[in-house]
Design a protein around this ligand. Structure first.
Ligand code: OSB
Ligand code: MG
Length: 370
């Protein structure tokens, strides 16, 4: 395919309810969308960076800068056989995984359409539906949290993940565990602890958690391995896995027994698939995380989640949990069994709501090949 044009835009989208993690609170999203044109076909993807560099080091604005200054010049006008070739073409760029994924993933959508395959099928998907969990942000009180947990369980979600931070952890988890002894329950600290908290973190072992996600530093693997040796609870790494070599290091060191794969955080579908293949070969369960995406990022996540080895419920949930209206039609819907049906039509498998995208666009830039 010949890469004819690339359009970036920022959309202002209001979350239905604020989402609080150990690193901050989000009320509104600035969503960055990528639209590409190749061989007359349009592909879409989402840059999953957040507004601030508090999850990882990228932001929506650094991604924009890297795409405009470095990714676009490297790929515009190029003739490629497959989206899988893009990582090699842009390999000189250090880091900026979410910016790279934003570009690469749009071409996976194009390639799927060109081959008349769903994105899931193109990537090697084998599951016709995916298992869904929810990630619940920090809440004002345990009572409020318990109400939210009840709502999500009633909706059918198969796993509840609680955000925790020092001072809002053991009591909160205990309240949920006491109310729901049998559910799959996990916690995510987004790097809010250090090894000085070892004794404190050991106390989570009593809750029979499915996993504890990224308790220590965002860029650390070795100390997670030290911690894992002292815990019964399985550690899961999110932030600190940027590519398959990180995943390999983590597994070799025993830093995690589960890996959260986010297609943006690891630089795109090609890299996500390498991690998936590694974990499958080593019998390490994986699941697909989320970054408060709109429907376009969500559609990519659904395709990713359908690959072999994604055996645990992920954080990919219904559009209506986040948005009054989503940019895809139909919005992502979750069955009463807590599953999402993987689309089978070519590409992302959802109709793109250009009208809404235009209405919510606050900034737009297009580059065209000559
Ligand atoms: O660590 O998984 C995370 C949201 C923003 C940044 C990081 C994380 C999250 C979530 C929510 O947990 C996942 C989602 O529902 O999109
Ligand atoms: Mg996480």
């Amino acid at each position: 395919m010949r890469i004819e044009s690339i359009t970036l835009r920022k959309l202002k989208m209001r979350l239905k309810s604020a989402f609080e993690t150990s690193f901050g609170i989000t009320h509104d999203r600035t969503v960055v969308l990528v639209e590409v044109l190749a061989d007359g076909l349009t592909g879409w993807s989402e840059v999953t960076a957040l507004e601030d560099p508090f999850f990882n080091s990228e932001t929506v604005d650094t991604a924009w800068l890297i795409i405009r200054g470095f990714l676009v010049p490297l790929i515009l006008g190029k003739e490629i056989g497959s989206a899988a070739e893009i990582p090699r073409i842009v390999s000189a760029i250090r880091g900026h995984e979410m910016a790279r994924a934003g570009i690469e993933n749009a071409f996976w959508d194009v390639e799927a359409q060109q081959k008349n395959l769903s994105l899931s099928k193109l990537l090697g998907g084998a599951q016709s539906e995916i298992k869904c969990g929810v990630s619940l942000g920090l809440q004002a009180t345990s009572e409020v949290l318990l109400e939210k947990v009840a709502v999500e369980l009633h909706a059918g979600y198969q796993r509840i993940k609680l955000k925790i931070k020092p001072g809002k952890d053991l009591e909160v988890v205990r309240a949920v565990r006491n109310a729901h002894p049998g559910i799959l329950l996990s916690v995510d600290a987004n790097s809010a602890y250090t090894l000085a908290d070892l004794e404190h973190l050991k106390r989570f072992d009593e809750f029979n958690l499915l996993m504890m996600e990224q308790p220590l530093w965002w860029d650390d693997i070795a100390n997670h391995a030290r911690l894992q040796r002292h815990l019964k609870t399985s550690l899961c790494l999110d932030e600190s896995i940027r590519h398959v070599r990180d995943a390999e290091t983590a597994l070799d060191l025993g830093a995690a027994r589960i890996i959260n794969i986010k297609v943006g955080r690891v630089g795109g579908h090609a890299s996500a698939r390498e991690i998936q293949a590694l974990c499958l070969a080593r019998n390490i369960p994986v699941w697909c995380g989320g970054m408060l995406e709109c429907g376009i990022g969500r559609a990519h996540n659904i395709a990713v989640s359908s690959l072999p080895g994604y055996t645990l419920p992920g954080d990919v949930s219904a559009s209506k949990r986040y948005w009054e209206e989503d940019v895809i039609d139909p919005p992502v819907e979750v069955s009463p069994r807590g599953t999402i049906q993987v689309p089978t039509s070519p590409g992302l498998g959802y109709h793109i709501r250009r009208d809404l995208i235009e209405r919510w666009t606050t900034e737009k830039e297009t580059w065209r090949a000559r």
